[in-house]
Ligand binder design. Sequence first.
Ligand SMILES: NC(=O)c1ccc[n+]([C@@H]2O[C@H](COP(=O)([O-])OP(=O)(O)OC[C@H]3O[C@@H](n4cnc5c(N)ncnc54)[C@H](O)[C@@H]3O)[C@@H](O)[C@H]2O)c1
Length: 249
Amino acid sequence: MARLEGKVALITGAAAGMGAEHARLFIEEGAKVILTDVDAAAGEALAAELGESALFLTHDVSDAESWAAVVEEGTRTFGPITVLVNNAGLSGPYAQTAELDDATFNRLVSVNQYGVFYGMRAVLPGMVEAGGGSIVNISSAAGMAHLPGTTNIAYTGSKFAVRGMTKTTAIEYGSRGVRVNSVHPGAILTPMARAINDPAELDRTAKSIPIGRFAEPREVSFPVLFLASDESSYVTGSELIVDGGRLAG
Ligand SMILES: NC(=O)c1ccc[n+]([C@@H]2O[C@H](COP(=O)([O-])OP(=O)(O)OC[C@H]3O[C@@H](n4cnc5c(N)ncnc54)[C@H](O)[C@@H]3O)[C@@H](O)[C@H]2O)c1
């Protein structure tokens, strides 16, 4: 049997990068998938390619008000949402703390941290009513340790927050059948990684990784699939690091 047969998954930031790959793999494994993103053109095109198991909705995860409508429309189309992948995220520029302006700080925190809170809050009542579910919050290797020279205090802080919020909700909802875990990707070749690294930087980073290279998005999709599926039925409140060994030292 397919690994996500009977599941309805909502994946945020699913028009590009890792979110798009998670959506592809989830559908291959039998799920119905609600893809959301601020990029409507790319999201609509991907959903059309994925066929009738996919529904695309334009949505900004940092907009608290609109979450209810997204959950309602997704549920009306496919039934109760039993998997949420909070994937949408922004990285922002490399900057030291005294150089980071308010607008950049607020935007990163509102998408990376508030967006994850809003998403969990919006789906939890329906998941409990449906008898349970799985929430996968995409943090970062930078949510385990600051990665010098790569990002900024808002990104690192918001990704640490995702890890902490994951544990709170996992403990609160464990007895009601909802599992909540965080995933911590390292260096993954997506539009985000290409936007913040020039080719020489990509090469330097690759050399610093024990496995010696960046990952392809699908190498993160399989760990996310495991956490979304019933194969991880006893895994909650945990951190799955997918970084080619970068944090092992
Ligand atoms: N690429 C990496 O190396 C890496 C490493 C660690 C963690 N991550 C995390 O993984 C997740 C996915 O990263 P990626 O590399 O695939 O990114 P990406 O930039 O390639 O794709 C992110 C998608 O999210 C969408 N998005 C941005 N803001 C949004 C918002 N407010 N609401 C809804 N959608 C929004 C974008 O339009 C885009 O389609 C992010 O949370 C990121 O922080 C990435």
